[in-house]
Design a protein around this ligand. Structure first.
Ligand SMILES: Cc1ncc(COP(=O)(O)O)c(C=O)c1O
Length: 381
């Protein structure tokens, strides 16, 4: 287990510093010591979200923050525009419907980013839309959506802009205040490189104005209760004290590296992965120009099965790479280059991917992938 290299799109490898932090003694979550660490961690969280708004930690994976975002603003019959171009876009749409909202779907082909003009067109066509939901980095298709451009459009409307940055925050550019994101949510286990189990959310004043008018059926994810408790440096229910330590340490590491430097490092990893894949003659799944900066989706070559490819990588080389989701299962594989992952991990992955492909009869120039990877890193030194 110890030797498995995690190259999936989250959870990602957790640095030892973060793991060690989790071993600290548990304290009273209603006491001053916990309050201090919660406040400090929350302040760092807002810095990473690039917002002056308060941030909140929810004990639960990214989906709990997705649910909190919708449950606190959507009431029966509310119109919500959902941008759906993959599994996570679908999830926000399903949540909209679970809480009684009427979904207006902007359907985007899997593998492509939404066209901001299409968002503008649908906004113009519909009145009284309560919110528009979008996934920044659609991890099921390895596509990045233009939140900055859509945020600019949304500034002209009285509609909340809800953005999931679970697989992009701290790995790609997310500026909550500048981009006009009313609700932004994320998860612990991707580019921030903490263990899975915690999610984060931040709300603008406009979002709070809506939340204050909604009588939400949610109990555990009630943001009004979270806000009230935060005033006393607490959470409404027992938080994961150990995960708070982990987030504190992981966010310290993000800020020590510097957000810009970390994002640049993720961009380099993404470019290197794409170039390495192309040098081997593999095809990228996403449309050119829409590529994610935190993971890469690659078509599985004809004649090779998912279980052969990922099974060999796992069993023979102890490297976990991600499979496709839903109808992409068996058709693509996904390499995560998030968190602390860099050249050493990608070199090992591509060396072993070349060995695997060779064993499975795929033709390519030996060493071409690793050389292309190295070229990109040298260019970005
Ligand atoms: C973009 C995106 N949103 C939401 C989620 C859901 O997060 P979780 O699995 O932590 O509940 C994921 C998980 O992969 C994701 O990639």
């Amino acid at each position: 287990m110890e030797d498995i290299l995690l190259m999936i799109p989250g959870p990602t490898t957790v640095p030892k510093r973060v793991l060690d932090a989790m071993a600290r003694p548990i304290v009273n979550h209603r006491g001053a010591a916990y309050g201090e660490i919660l406040d400090e961690t929350t302040a760092m969280m807002s810095e990473v979200f690039q917002t002056d708004n308060q941030s909140y930690f929810l004990t639960g994976s990214g989906t709990s923050a997705m649910e909190a975002a919708i449950a606190n603003i959507v009431e029966k019959g509310d119109k919500v525009i959902n941008v759906v171009g993959g599994k996570f876009g679908q999830r926000l749409q399903q949540l909209t419907e679970v809480f009684g909202g009427e979904s207006i779907e902007i359907t985007v082909p899997w593998g492509q980013a939404v066209d901001p003009c299409e968002v503008q067109r649908v906004m113009e066509e519909n009145n009284d839309v309560k919110a528009l939901t979008m996934i920044h980095n659609e991890s099921s298709t390895a596509v990045v959506n233009p939140i900055k451009e859509v945020g600019q459009i949304m500034k002209d409307y009285d509609t909340l802009f809800v953005v999931d940055t679970v697989s992009s925050l701290a790995g790609d550019v997310v500026k909550v205040d500048d981009f006009g994101l009313d609700i932004c949510l994320s998860g612990s286990q991707k580019c921030i490189a903490a263990p899975p189990g915690m999610s984060m959310i931040t709300l603008s004043d406009d979002a709070w104005n809506v939340v204050d008018k909604v009588d939400s059926p949610t109990y555990y994810l009630d943001m009004k209760k979270m806000r009230k408790s935060a005033e006393k440096s607490q959470t409404p229910y027992t938080p994961s004290v150990s995960m708070t330590y982990a987030m504190n340490e992981a966010l310290s590491m993000v800020l020590e590296e510097g957000l810009c430097a970390r994002i640049k490092r993720h961009h380099t990893g993404a470019e290197a992965t794409r170039e390495a894949a192309k040098a081997l003659g593999l095809e990228l799944f996403a449309r050119e120009g829409d590529y994610s900066n935190t993971l890469t989706g690659i078509n599985i070559p004809e004649g090779i099965t998912d279980s052969q490819l990922r099974g060999t990588m796992r069993d023979k080389y102890q490297i976990e790479i991600g499979g496709g989701q839903d109808h992409l299962s068996g058709n693509i594989f996904r390499i995560g280059h998030m968190g602390i992952t860099g050249l050493p991990e990608l070199s090992r992955t591509f060396t072993c991917l070349e060995m695997t492909l060779k064993e499975l009869g795929f033709e390519f120039e030996a060493g071409a992938g690793v050389a292309a990877l190295q070229d990109v890193y040298m260019k970005n030194m």
